[in-house]
Design a protein around this ligand. Structure first.
Ligand code: SF4
Length: 301
């Protein structure tokens, strides 16, 4: 096992700049919002906050699942806040965002899995400014096609769903999830709307082999997945899934090369890469490739 408290040089993080951190934290508190940046203790949050970027987590900060790698608390969540979509719009306005990532905890307690809250949030942002692109990072909705359709009907720019790890580790890392169900969700998106950009993400260091990672990448391409992020797992505490290994930057680069050969339109692979890492740039790559007109002024990025 790797020493989870002593990180290698390439994972040394920049200190959080207190003024920026406080202003984003105050904004989210004022509006009763949560950022996944804080809830999941993302290593890039200092940089993203300084650039006025944040990934909002809707439907509360208590999850009905207990993935063993995740820093989000598991428990009984509160009912969805009907004011939440408007609060997100206020935050978007105050931070001047042009590309927004919306994610959520998993809400297996809700009949629609929280899909209508996703749809209402996307619609509220588009009502405020139709040129803002919204990427959604959704849970698996327990395989419900109607929940997925509800989100797609609101016209997100990118549909992201992370497979997170290799199938062999699902039972210990994502006990309530199913690898094939996650792949099918991505496949389903392309069946319902072939023009929509799809994306997924993997984290490494949980005990997977090189061949197993390549196998997942091939499965994702087979499911029509366009964009991929690969990053290093960082163990949040002693109670979380053991960090097995730090992956060297050169190995991440090799995954990037393989990913391009497999046909991903854009792949970000590196120790500090997370789902929303350079999200707007990845979206623009996909749009350029498909020669569609971007749905936002992000084309200038
Ligand atoms: S479903 Fe998502 S938010 Fe919930 S515990 Fe798993 S990774 Fe964390």
């Amino acid at each position: 096992m790797a020493n989870w408290t002593r990180r290698p040089e390439w994972l040394k993080l920049s200190a959080l700049e207190p003024t920026t951190l406080n202003s984003v934290t105050k904004l989210t508190r004022d509006l009763k919002l949560h950022t996944v940046c804080e809830s999941a203790r993302c290593p890039n949050r200092a940089k993203c906050f300084a650039e006025g970027t944040a990934t909002f987590m809707i439907l509360g900060n208590i999850c009905t699942r207990n993935c063993t790698f995740c820093a989000v608390k598991c428990g009984k969540p509160q009912a969805p806040d009907p004011q939440e979509p408007d609060h997100i719009v206020q935050a978007v306005n105050r931070l001047g965002l042009r590309y927004i990532v919306i994610t959520s905890v998993t809400r297996d307690d809700l009949p629609d899995g929280g899909s209508s809250q996703f749809a209402q949030t996307i619609s509220a942002i588009h009502k405020y400014d139709p040129n803002i692109a919204v990427e959604v990072l959704i849970p698996d909705f327990q395989g419900s096609t109607s929940a997925l359709q509800t989100v797609l009907d609101a016209s997100p720019a990118v549909l992201n769903h992370n497979v997170e790890t290799i199938p062999r580790l699902y039972s210990e890392v994502r006990p309530q999830a199913k690898y094939r169900r996650s792949l099918n969700l991505l496949k389903q998106v392309k069946l319902l709307d072939n023009s929509l950009v799809t994306k997924s993400g993997l984290m490494l260091g949980l005990g997977e082999s090189w061949e197993e990672v390549i196998g997942v990448m091939a499965d994702l391409r087979e499911a029509g997945c366009d964009l991929l992020t690969i990053g290093q797992y960082l163990q949040p505490s002693l109670e979380h899934h053991k960090l097995v290994r730090y992956i060297r930057p050169e190995e991440f680069e090799e995954y990037q090369i393989v990913g391009k050969k497999l046909g991903f339109i854009s792949i970000m692979s590196g120790p500090l890469v997370r789902s929303s890492f350079h999200a707007a740039e990845m979206y623009i790559s996909a749009i350029r490739k498909s020669k569609q007109k971007p749905s936002s002024s992000c084309s200038t990025i």
